[in-house]
Ligand binder design. Structure first.
Ligand SMILES: Cc1cc2nc3c(=O)[nH]c(=O)nc-3n(C[C@H](O)[C@H](O)[C@H](O)COP(=O)(O)O)c2cc1C
Length: 214
């Protein structure tokens, strides 16, 4: 009987932790791409996109370039972070749902199955492009508990940290012939509850990514 209860509980836990809806990204391709100086020369904001999706490899490379782990022994990443707190979380709004990028396992953990792209911004192209990245600061990592007051000044480092990730995304897009634009115009009050964010998490910026319209 004990054995049966154990295997039931263990099986349930496994089932809860490993959802069939999570996406295991292919390993990022860390070689090649355009030379850095060429990518810098081509970096720009793009606001007209086709409805095409990115391939899983492009999604993998994009997220690794933005905020992936590049020194596994130290759990450090492709972008810097003030005091190495790493409080920025990258959510990915895809047509099939909202996902959280988990850099350690290089997977996308499904948060819900809603298409939240439209809510990620106030401009029309936001809903049409392949995906939106939503940069969220988890202020729990900076000692803020749920219900604590959060002042604008508490978010200064998170804005800076996000900007580094966003620039990595810009450079990857330039290198991979994709388009993107970082955006401050985000209806945060509407989007945050749809994302299921806690009160000590704050949306910082969003970035639309897609295949540019020629
Ligand atoms: C903090 C920040 C917020 C921005 N917010 C928006 C935005 O909400 N919508 C938008 O279309 N572009 C936004 N942009 C993009 C700028 O408009 C763009 O970078 C600028 O026009 C220069 O163009 P470039 O990126 O092609 O050099 C933002 C840029 C930054 C740095």
């Amino acid at each position: 009987m004990k054995k049966w209860i154990f295997s039931f509980l263990f099986g349930t836990t496994l089932f809860l932790n490993i959802s069939a809806q999570d996406i295991n990204l292919p390993a990022p391709d860390k070689t090649g791409g355009k030379p850095l100086m060429q990518a810098l020369n081509e970096r720009q904001s793009i606001r007209t996109f086709t409805k095409d999706n990115l391939t899983q490899q492009q999604l993998s490379d994009l997220l690794w370039a933005g905020w992936g782990i590049n020194r596994a022994d130290q759990k450090k990443r492709t972008a810097p972070s003030a005091r190495n707190v790493q409080e920025i979380e990258v959510y990915v709004a895809l047509p099939g749902g909202l996902y959280l990028y988990v850099a350690e396992s290089h997977t996308l953990k499904q948060i819900n199955n809603k298409d939240l792209r439209k809510l990620c911004g106030t401009q029309d192209f936001v809903a049409e492009a392949a995906l939106n990245l939503v940069y969220v600061a988890d202020l729990g990592k900076l000692g803020k508990k749920e219900g604590d007051e959060i002042k604008d000044s508490d978010l200064l480092s998170s804005y800076a940290n996000t900007a580094f990730i966003a620039q990595n995304i810009y450079l990857y897009c330039a290198s991979a012939n994709l388009g993107c634009v970082i955006r401050g115009m985000v209806p945060k009050e509407q989007l945050a509850p749809e994302m299921g964010l806690r009160s000590n998490q704050r949306i910082i910026l969003a970035q639309t990514v897609g295949v540019p319209q020629k």
